[in-house]
Design a protein around this ligand. Structure first.
Ligand SMILES: [Fe+2]
Ligand SMILES: [Fe+2]
Length: 516
């Protein structure tokens, strides 16, 4: 093969694409190489030019998708007019038929979008070099024969498999929001890439220096989730310390048998395994394992490269996920300390928020509410009085009765609370706890004076729990009531202040019996 720098100097490339931006980008790229480009947005004009100037062009780059004359038609005509000028086709989606068609019609190479600019440059270089070799013998670059077609088709199949795996990696991981969805997608793709039968995800615990099996795919009938391995033994030590992929033949040792899903004692010769690290914040946080039988599994360089693309993308996705989770839990942490601060301002209401939440959960469970209701209570319950942060101490801690103005300020804690928590985008059922826990069944509550079903369920439950706790803790103006007395008091207000169903749950529940 002829390849010299001189051969590739000062090329003139004909660029045919109806997209002006693409032509500009390619044109600039060629300029950087010291090449020149003649740009044609209209393929018919390009053919006219080629008829006159066929000898000046080194190569043609043409998009297969163009209005008027299609890329394939253009290719046929161009090869008639200028058989010595090699044509590189650019196709949209990786389709084996289109690619083979392009080659049969005389394209010297093809690129599938999206591609790196470097790939285009090397495709043009290869095209010019190859065509020159034929031109020296005064022959045009040949059309693909069926025999060559078979071989090219084989190569193309590999290339297309690679492209479709890369596309599947993007599609699967772009859509996976939860950590386990990321892991499941990664395990399935790892099996596809290697023709493996089993895949697992192990989390690396740097504290205990152990790996723990977190998720598996294909280990039917074998429950290995939760299984632990020392990170200081092989093969894990090399993967974690060396931060690189390891290919191994499964042995008869325990680790091999577990990873390859080999159930019987004895030899385990016919299984292959590979372990790939997922690196997050410069540390190996996860190890992906894939195993399969020797005859089927393919651990070629191509497969390894694809596994690397897969784990790099999965690591990024996990890093983003961990970041959002951290931000979220630190917000919750800040809010919890605010709540403790509020409860601490008033010794009588110490731990009020947490107790009320506990009571509300007990009521929701007795009522047979959906898990979502309990979850909302658990999350937003401790925050229900957060708006009291804006109420002055002399009002919040006042022993006598409040003036109208003070009362209005005190009542505003529900709307203030909702405003404080707005940036957290709470669910409606969570927001309702903060905003409506002082609404009354008969419509006499605040802030909106909602009636009965207008009050969301979580708030109706919370209102009973809140009042029950107020009655059963000692206040400056009276001693705590016993649970039984408090229940009787609340029962009197079923249908006026409270939802009778919630009151019923309070009377039925085992959790509200007097403790002495
Ligand atoms: Fe309140
Ligand atoms: Fe409260």
């Amino acid at each position: 093969m002829i390849r010299s720098e001189a051969l590739l100097d000062g090329l003139l490339i004909m660029l045919v694409d109806d997209d002006e931006n693409i032509c500009d980008a390619f044109g600039n790229l060629f300029k950087k190489k010291g090449w020149k480009a003649s740009v044609f947005l209209d393929p018919a004009k390009a053919l006219d030019d080629l008829a006159v100037n066929r000898s000046i062009y080194s190569a043609i780059v043409v998009d297969i998708n163009m209005p008027g004359i299609s890329g394939t038609e253009f290719l046929k005509l161009a090869r008639d007019i200028a058989p010595f000028v090699p044509v590189v086709m650019i196709t949209g989606h990786p389709s084996i038929n289109i690619a083979v068609d392009a080659m049969k019609n005389g394209a010297i190479d093809f690129l599938t979008k999206p591609f790196e600019f470097d790939e285009l440059v090397s495709a043009v270089e290869r095209a010019v070099t190859k065509a020159k070799a034929y031109n020296l013998e005064n022959a045009p670059y040949p059309f693909m024969s069926d025999e060559i077609g078979g071989r090219v088709k084989f190569r193309l199949e590999d290339k297309i498999k690679e492209l479709s795996v890369l596309k599947a990696i993007s599609d699967t991981l772009d859509n996976a929001e939860e950590k386990d969805a990321i892991f499941n997608g990664t395990m399935e793709l790892a099996k596809t890439i290697t023709n493996g039968e089993k895949s697992l995800v192990m989390l690396v615990e740097h504290g205990s220096k152990e790996l723990v099996v977190h998720a598996t795919a294909g280990y039917e009938g074998l429950d290995i989730i939760g299984k632990r391995f020392s990170a200081q033994i092989e093969p894990f030590k090399s993967v974690i310390e060396g931060r690189s992929q390891l290919k191994l033949s499964a042995g008869a040792d325990e680790v091999s048998r577990i990873l390859s899903g080999y159930t019987r004692e004895g030899t385990n010769r016919h299984n292959l395994m590979t372990l790939v690290p997922l690196i997050i914040n410069r540390e190996v946080m996860v190890v992906l394992g894939v195993a399969g039988s020797e005859g089927r599994m393919s651990l070629t360089t191509d497969a390894s490269a694809l596994l690397l693309s897969l784990t790099t993308k999965a690591s990024l996705k996990l890093a983003n996920h961990a970041l959002t989770e951290n931000i979220f839990s630190s917000i919750i942490g800040v809010i919890s300390s605010l709540i403790n601060a509020i409860d601490a301002r008033d010794t009588y209401t110490k731990d009020h928020s947490h107790r009320v939440t506990e009571y509300a959960v007990a009521l929701a469970r007795t009522m047979g509410c959906l898990q979502e209701v309990t979850d909302s209570i658990l999350f937003a319950g401790p925050l229900h009085d957060i708006g009291k942060i804006g109420v002055r101490d002399d009002i919040l801690l006042k022993r006598g009765s409040l003036t109208d103005e003070e009362n209005a300020l005190m009542k505003s804690h529900v709307t203030r609370g909702e405003e404080i928590l707005r940036p957290l985008n709470l669910f409606e059922s969570e927001k309702a706890i903060v905003l409506y826990h002082h609404e009354r069944w008969d419509g006499d509550g605040y802030p909106n004076g909602f009636h009965k079903d207008e009050i969301p369920m979580t708030a109706r439950i919370f209102s009973v729990a809140d009042t029950f706790d107020a009655m059963t803790t000692t206040r400056p103006y009276r001693h705590a009531l016993s649970f039984d007395v408090a229940k009787q008091e609340i029962a009197k207000c079923g249908n006026t202040q409270f939802d009778p169903l919630v009151v019923e749950a309070l009377l039925d529940s085992e959790d509200f019996r007097d403790r002495n």
